[in-house]
Ligand binder design. Sequence first.
Ligand code: LMR
Length: 329
Amino acid sequence: TALALSAVLAVASLSQTARAQTDKPIIINFSHVVADDTPKGKAALRFKELAERSTQNRVHVEIYPNSTLYKDKEELEALQLGAVQMLAPSLAKFAPLGVGEFEVFDIPYMFPSKAALRKITDGKIGAELLAKLEPKGIKGLAYWDNGFKLMSATKPLIQPEDMKGLKMRIQASRVLDAQMRALGAFPQVLAFSDVFQALQTGVVDGTENPPSNMVTQNMHAVQPYATLTNHGYLGYAVIVNKRFWDSLPSDLRSALDGALKEATRYGNDIAQKENDTAIATMAASGKTQFHTQTPEERKAWRTALAPVAQSMEARVGKGLIDAIRRETE
Ligand code: LMR
């Protein structure tokens, strides 16, 4: 009977293999708004490679970079509707889902370093924030880095007062709106895909971005001045449609979890280097003059932006701000 049983098992596993071979692969459409050649773009491509390999191609990941499928706001709707399965929006873009807490990442000078930031994203606070997405039909799986932002414009930005009266493009975040207003600038929300043209045509005078975003959208060609303010962080949450994710066979889901862990490690490892290279590339192009702040200038910007955290307590939660400060100080 042992022989008979193993024969039955062999037949069963054969037919399973046959089924796996004829089954259509599961498709994960992964939409994002930046270039392939950015920290997020590269991490997404690495995830695709690892996901397909670790599932023996039972899962296919289709990456749609550069807003080719959806712009900022539409991609969130598409995820909830199940038109795409995976996104990695900037943490500044979660307000349309009714979770303003993510804007805590936008507070100027909130994170003294990447290590401090990582402590939050890898810890209890990071997990609790992602859990807030579940009632919205979205599951948060990981945090991906881009980096700290610089400020660019059509004029030199040496003192905080130099920002007065400038029209500045921001992502759709109330905290970023408050940040620009604290500097006397006029914030204007634009989708990422519209930024280059808005800068080129003078719809806005300037913007803020990590260098990797600036160079890959050719913004340096139309922004003659930039200051390495490092005043705020831009990172992402990798999110999936929860119904889709929960419906995956558990072996595939754990393979995808593993692929994502590895892609996250990879992306977060290269992000700083990518941004350093981006500054070097833009500086070498001679199109943008990069200003490095003196300690006094840095202090003046910090002072000008200090009220933002307090004025946004009602928006993001005083408890959350305090908890992050306690953990990162
Ligand atoms: C932006 O809109 O500036 C960024 O969120 C783009 C991105 O995804 O890095």
